[in-house]
Design a protein around this ligand. Sequence first.
Ligand code: C5P
Length: 403
Amino acid sequence: MRQRRVSVGPAAGRPGYDDQIVASVIRPAPAVTARVPAKVNLQLAVGPARTDGYHSLVTVYHAVSLYDEVTVRPAAETTVAVAGEGAWHVPTDQSNLACRAVSVLAKAVGLNVEQSSVRIDIRKRIPVAAGLAGGSADAAATLVACNELWHSGLSTDELVDLAAEVGSDVPFAILGGTAVGTGRGERLTQALVAGTYHWALAFSDSGLSTKEVYATCDRLRAARVRRGGHAASGTADAQPGSAASAAPAASAAPAASAAPAASAAPGGRAAPAARSARVGRVGPAGPSGSAAPVAEPELSHPLMTALRSGDPARVGPLLSNDLQPEALSLRPELRRALAAGLEHGALGAVVSGSGPTCAFLASDAPHARDLAVALTSAGVCRAAARASGPAPGALLVGGGPLA
Ligand code: C5P
């Protein structure tokens, strides 16, 4: 709290103190709160590793109604306090993406450290390191909240541009809805989507490092190439919806596919034949020193058509994630979760982003609730929640955290 001593009563300049009342007025520091959604990836096609260490990708982001809240208020120095879901796993030093968001915005609007120091209070509902972009969401909310606190007046488009400097998923957390991400995920095009989609999200005991999952992806691809296969070709047993599963949603995606990479195998990567259409040689070098050929990622047009139809039964079989085999190799127990969801009638099941959260598409809200209950009862996850999408991006919610 900032205290300011002010004099009230007789006009200033009058001699003597006897007729002055000196009062201490407590002025609460202004506080701004923003609410921000989690995301799931309806498609995640991962291409070659780039020279900057990132992978080129095509992804379909979908914001869901699971929210964090971030409150910022002026302070002597920038600090972070975290409460709620998995709070103890979140760094509270300058490595927190929210701190990076503060310095990126301050620099952009010409504020020095003193002028831009804030206390950041993060209230988490989005699990940490879960493939739901919780850290990116908090950074996005911090940008939106500081923009308001400092009266910076940046537009959403300007904030989205700045967000890319903070992290690959941060721009989408500002935008929300459903959007196609390219580049390393930061270049966005809003997608046309009809209807509301209902999800059950199965959370794991502990998180996965995005960096580690991408590194595993590189290793597995290099190993496939050494075995004489294609770097981007998946293994059938890596897909929950492969022949190993009898669940209807696990059957093959509709055969009609205009775009090569669009014939996604259910719940997993695009079919190898399709992905061989555009092969680059930018992958990580194998022991022989030769680069692994990796297909350039491509958007699933059948998925986009299905999303425009508003029919979850059409969308479910088209969910795909190139990082799923990697997440499953690091967390084999996720197979059980994916299979359990399909057994309970999920229209589609996929690991979200780099995992380990599994997302299950339901036919409607009651089905999503039933799925969440069934997944929890089956003991295949730490907890499950239901959520719907598309949800709006980071939004101001008032002067303090919600109760
Ligand atoms: O951008 P962000 O900080 O969220 O990325 C975390 C890590 O995930 C990166 O350091 C990189 O190792 C990996 N990554 C990647 N390619 C992407 C996005 C993330 O390799 N397109």
